[in-house]
Ligand binder design. Structure first.
Ligand code: NAG
Ligand code: NAG
Ligand code: NAG
Ligand code: NAG
Ligand code: NAG
Ligand code: NAG
Ligand code: NAG
Ligand code: NAG
Ligand code: NAG
Ligand code: NAG
Ligand code: NAG
Ligand code: NAG
Length: 689
């Protein structure tokens, strides 16, 4: 049984590591070249700069390949490192290869010889008897990409008996949601884009206003909800269409931090995340804001300091408060000692186990605050805005030493001693994951995972494809954006707002030259003018890639909205895996038999959602809108009379019954135990270490 479990998990690890969104072999985003490369035939968005191009040229020259046909194939293969999909071609997430996956199609490439099957066969056929120095096809190099071996000259037939043999080792097809190299820069085929859903149907199941909805780690129909003033509740989700509402006891919170939390328009309890091993260790994490003048434990270093070229005495007061009176905190709590097992806990131990992070905020706006555990790496991601004031005057978001305007990544399982923390100049009690971007860019403060954000307001990992890490980033005057967050990525603020150059009104903290950064532009978003022609009030709220089948016409689409309530968009990627998204505003309404009737906006058919603060996803992958007027769940479109040809309508014209409740919720307890047991092996396998 153990072995079976292991194999299942190994398989799921392989599946979850599928990625394609343009990514380089060093796990960084590709960049946009000014001009073509001199040697490799790549331009536009690529993974090589002039220096890498030169080194590939030298590597190729050193191979001393006499046959021009073979030489041109090998050159193309070497240059595949410059392809914007090189991470996928060299399978860096599973087992990195010395050569890209060569297309092994069953369709003959050369019609004059029907035995030639795909590019891999063509390489074999052309190069099998040609001598290559330091051949990337020598077996000793397999699995050790990039290592330079001894200068030995060999031909393919020295190592491989036949084409079949060779292509078993180096070939791969473009099926199974992966891509392969066929001698040309990878281009994905456009597919027929399905039209946007005809509408999103909602039912209202709660009256409360919350910022976070986090599914219970036990996989059940329970969720945790937290509100901005500082309370966390454990609630049970009713079956869809059962007429039931959220079961939760407002007078009996799971944890109440209202005494410690500073609550105001942009302050409060901002984030909630459960440790990946919560069912064993009972650990969970809360991020919130506190007021230094009201709490002794609210005292961190000010984000405006000399390391980042900022003098707090020159900032002045903002809304009547001095700089760094308010702080951003991540704290650890536990359910240990409240109950025998973490999954049976209905309340938390109220005392903080450990302070993870504390940082004083220069102004009273833009400090995001969401926390999420990475589904594949198990590290804690912490979203942080630029710290506020119009136009990020101190240019914090581009400052590599500042943690403002950043997404951070912490290892909260290995906590160094106070002395080490102090020596390393860190901001709290965590360690830095070995592969944080500081490894490649020494100028970066080690906590930083991505930079150039303004106020990342709600991020999520696609539950089916966790390498797609979406964040919506609130704009200033013109554009609200959605980004896919990549290691070390610079999302441009405040050199750019969306796609356009941005000029701040004042910039005592200096400016960053557009040519000096490699900004990654949004994948989706909207101009303020499209939703609010007269006024400027727009603020994006990021959602989820919809992975439930409750509304089959929504499946696979990324959902996001505007805070001001009356706009929801759905975005889709085309071609699949290309990172090319397009989005459309979609209509929505509330079903007439909603458990809690929805009120509607006066003079409009739209339900009065109020402010769309946030989204949530439960263990069944059903998606919720968390608004100032309550909790809304996305339900089958037929319940609002929207047409969806994929919805299973029975002969009588009514939707088919939903699966029985007991079997429908995934049971995760057992799986978690296996995962714990095998996790060291899994980590090795998943990351190819
Ligand atoms: C791109 O070209 C412009 C003008 O030709 C130059 O100023 C800039 O430095 C170049 N950027 C890079 C990254 O080479
Ligand atoms: C890349 O180069 C080709 C051929 O030189 C040219 O046709 C194409 O427009 C270029 N693409 C970009 C994005 O510069
Ligand atoms: C390159 O190959 C030629 C024959 O094709 C040979 O004469 C020469 O010595 C080789 N050079 C090196 C550096 O091995
Ligand atoms: C087809 O390929 C095979 C082996 O790769 C070769 O022996 C044969 O001569 C080729 N036939 C033609 C017509 O090129
Ligand atoms: C092969 O590599 C080893 C170790 O790097 C070195 O000692 C040896 O001289 C090399 N042999 C040749 C033929 O280059
Ligand atoms: C890839 O797809 C083929 C058929 O499409 C299937 O037989 C094979 O098992 C798949 N391989 C993996 C690793 O999923
Ligand atoms: C792209 O389309 C062409 C022609 O329809 C087809 O031959 C090829 O296999 C497709 N490529 C991929 C990666 O699907
Ligand atoms: C929600 O609010 C409405 C209107 O105030 C009230 O009628 C209803 O009982 C409430 N429902 C729940 C589940 O709290
Ligand atoms: C909670 O209990 C578990 C199991 O006894 C233990 O492994 C874990 O370290 C405890 N966590 C804390 C924070 O005390
Ligand atoms: C680190 O932990 C210690 C002990 O819990 C705490 O006093 C300190 O404030 C923490 N550091 C930060 C920056 O939160
Ligand atoms: C991106 O998607 C849009 C809309 O589906 C499509 O028109 C466009 O051709 C795609 N671009 C690329 C480069 O595939
Ligand atoms: C949907 O259609 C049914 C029957 O035509 C009607 O009774 C119901 O009111 C409609 N519901 C909505 C939300 O328009």
């Amino acid at each position: 049984m153990g072995l079976l479990a292991f194999l299942l998990l190994y398989l799921s690890c392989l599946l979850s590591s599928a990625l394609a969104y343009p990514l380089c072999t060093n796990s960084w985003a590709p960049y946009t070249l000014n001009s073509s490369l001199a040697f490799c035939p790549y331009n536009g968005t690529v993974c090589c700069d002039a220096k890498q191009d030169l080194s590939l040229q030298k590597k190729f020259g050193d191979m001393n390949i006499s046959d021009p046909d073979c030489a041109s194939l090998v050159k193309a293969i070497l240059c595949a490192e410059c392809d914007k999909f090189s991470a996928e071609l060299f399978t860096i997430e599973s087992q990195p290869r010395p050569a890209p996956v060569l297309c092994n199609s069953t369709v003959p490439v050369n019609s004059s010889n029907s035995t030639l099957n795909g590019f891999c066969a063509k390489v074999w056929d052309t190069c099998q008897n040609i001598y290559i120095l330091n051949s990337p096809f020598a077996p000793s190099l397999q699995g050790s990409a990039g290592l330079v071996s001894n200068s030995t000259s060999s031909k393919l037939t020295d190592h491989w008996q036949s084409e079949t043999d060779f292509c078993k080792a180096f070939g791969g097809s473009s099926s199974n949601d992966s891509i392969c190299f066929d001698g040309e820069p990878v281009s994905l085929n456009n597919t027929q884009v399905p039209p946007p859903p005809s509408g999103m149907c909602l039912e209202k199941i709660g009256n409360g206003s919350y910022l976070n909805l986090v599914p219970h780690p036990d996989g059940s129909n329970r969720i945790f909800l937290s509100n901005q003033p500082g309370q966390i509740f454990l609630a049970t989700v009713p079956e869809e269409a059962s007429g039931g509402t959220l079961e939760l006891d407002e007078s009996n919170p799971f944890l109440d931090l209202t005494d410690e939390v500073h609550f105001d328009t942009q302050f409060g309890l901002m984030g909630l995340a459960f440790h990946p091993d919560f069912l064993q260790n009972g650990r969970f994490f809360v991020s919130f804001n506190c007021d230094k003048s009201a709490s002794v434990t609210c005292s961190g270093r000010c984000a405006c300091n000399s390391d980042v070229g900022c003098d707090p005495s020159k900032l002045g007061s903002d809304n009547g408060s001095p700089p760094c009176q308010y702080q951003s905190v991540v704290a650890e709590f536990t359910v240990n000692s409240t109950t025998s097992t973490p999954s049976s806990a209905t309340s938390s131990n109220p005392s903080e186990v450990r302070r993870i992070f504390t940082m004083g905020l220069p102004f009273t706006t833009h400090h995001a605050g969401q926390i999420l555990f990475g589904p594949t790496d198990g590290y804690l991601y912490f979203m942080m805005g630029d710290g506020g004031n119009k136009g990020d005057p101190y240019n914090f978001a581009q400052n590599k030493k500042s943690l403002l305007g950043k997404i951070m990544r912490f290892d909260i399982d290995n906590i160094p001693s106070a002395v080490q923390i102090n020596n390393l100049g860190m901001w709290g009690n965590y360690s830095i994951p070995r592969d944080n971007p500081v490894n490649e860019d020494k100028e970066l403060q080690p906590e930083i995972w991505a930079l150039g954000l303004r106020n990342p307001w709600r991020c999520s990992f696609d539950s089916e494809r966790p390498s797609y890490f979406f964040c919506a980033d609130v704009g200033e005057d013109t554009y609200e954006e959605v980004d896919i967050i990549l290691k070390g990525g610079n999302y441009g603020w405040r050199v750019y707002e969306g796609y356009n150059l941005f000029t701040p009104l004042e910039s005592p903290g200096g400016n960053t030259a557009p040519g000096s950064i490699n900004a990654i532009f949004p994948i989706m978003g909207y101009y303020h003018s499209t939703v609010n022609p007269k006024e400027g009030s727009s603020s994006i709220t990021g959602g989820y890639v919809y992975r439930s089948t409750t509304d089959p016409c929504m499946t696979g689409r990324y959902l996001y909205g505007d805070l001001y309530g009356s706009y929801i968009w759905s975005g889709i990627e085309n071609p699949p895996d290309s990172g090319n998204f397009s989005s459309a505003m979609i209509p929505f309404s509330c079903t007439q038999n909603s458990p809690i009737p929805c009120s509607s906006i006066a003079g409009s058919p739209l339900p009065a959602l109020g402010y769309v603060f946030s989204f949530g996803e439960d263990n069944r992958k059903d998606v919720y809108l968390l608004t100032s007027s309550g909790v809304y769940r996305i339900v089958p479109p037929s319940r609002c009379n929207y047409t969806c040809s994929l919805e299973n309508i029975s002969a009588s014209g009514t939707p088919s019954p939903i699966p029985s409740p007991s079997s429908a919720w995934p049971m995760k307890d057992l799986q978690k135990e296996w995962l714990l047991f095998f996790s060291p092996i899994l980590i090795l396998l998943c990351f190819g270490l």
